[in-house]
Design a protein around this ligand. Sequence first.
Ligand SMILES: *[C@@H]1O[C@H](CO)[C@@H](O)[C@H](O)[C@H]1NC(C)=O
Ligand SMILES: *[C@@H]1O[C@H](CO)[C@@H](O)[C@H](O)[C@H]1NC(C)=O
Ligand SMILES: *[C@@H]1O[C@H](CO)[C@@H](O)[C@H](O)[C@H]1NC(C)=O
Length: 372
Amino acid sequence: MASSSSSYSLLFLTLFIFSAISAVTSCPPSDRAALLAFKDALTEPNLGIFHNWTGNDCCQGWYGLSCDPNTHRVTDINLRGESQDRIFQKLQLTGYMTGNISPEICKLTGLSTLVLADWKGISGEIPSCIASSLSSLRILDLTGNQISGEIPADIGKLRRLTVFSLGDNAISSEIPKSLVNLAGLKHLDLSNNRISGNLPWNFGNLRMLSRALLSRNELTGSIPKSVFKMNRLADLDLSMNRITGSIPVQLGKMKVLSTLKLDGNSMSGQIPSRLLSNSGMGILNLSRNGFEGPIPDVFGAKTYFMALDLSYNNLTGKIPGSLSSARFMGHLDLSHNHLCGTIPVGSPFDHLDAASFSDNDCLCGNPLKSCE
Ligand SMILES: *[C@@H]1O[C@H](CO)[C@@H](O)[C@H](O)[C@H]1NC(C)=O
Ligand SMILES: *[C@@H]1O[C@H](CO)[C@@H](O)[C@H](O)[C@H]1NC(C)=O
Ligand SMILES: *[C@@H]1O[C@H](CO)[C@@H](O)[C@H](O)[C@H]1NC(C)=O
């Protein structure tokens, strides 16, 4: 009797341990339920990426998912509609998905990566609970869909966020004030939406930011002076907005800024000399604004422009002679201004054609007609 009861307890103990182990080796039922609700709100007709979102363990074989090896919580949802993945190459299709992002996703509180990008047809709004619930989120990439509505007002609560991409959607809010609290943000892409209002005056609080892509929106106001505090900013794209005012002089002193696109706005004033003499600047597009005055004569042996586009402005005076000492000038466009005088000679000008200088007041010399 005694021995049989102890073998029973041994059996129960074994079963207990076994079930305890299997409980922590598959994903928590609550994570699984949240994922199934997320899947149910989406329709993906071409590739069947959700076909193997079945079975109890969402950490095993569910396409695009990763879990924490210790806690088995879901950490990554990584679903891209354009990718090098074999299933895309085999079917020769790019992804297409409709539906919306279920707020149930906010129950995946272990999530650090949420990528649902380039599916073209996902619509609806960003569940606002994301900002208050997903405090471990580092990457939020919803690029290339039809998401509308607002950027969650308390987005700044996501203190760990390093990548925030909503480009190519239909977001129509202003930039929330709390955005500047994202102290670790490195990459911000809000381009090609309908975002209106001004850039926050303290935008420069985003000290870690290296790329700020905000083109093709409806942004107004001027470039905040605080931008010059962004020591790591390499790429600032504000093109095709309704930005007014002049270029803050400090922009020319930024150490790592190498791409600056302000084209297609309503900016005015003169071009700061420091912007053109800054030897780190490689792509500068100021086209289609109301910039006036002369082009500062500050180029030199360290000048290395892949592209310098000053076309469609109100620039006057001569083409600076120092441009001929530039080390490299890949693409130069000075057309549609009010420049006058002789086009300098030198290697940077050898490969340029007449279009670079057309529609000015009275330029002459190669590649335009010779001066009298
Ligand atoms: C899950 O489905 C995807 C897409 O069909 C496939 O590439 C992947 O190999 C599948 N994974 C498993 C474990 O079956
Ligand atoms: C500069 O911007 C204008 C207007 O947005 C665009 O047409 C042009 O191609 C850009 N220049 C370069 C060199 O990219
Ligand atoms: C250029 O200057 C002229 C004359 O001052 C002005 O009428 C015109 O609006 C200006 N163009 C732009 C794009 O600012």
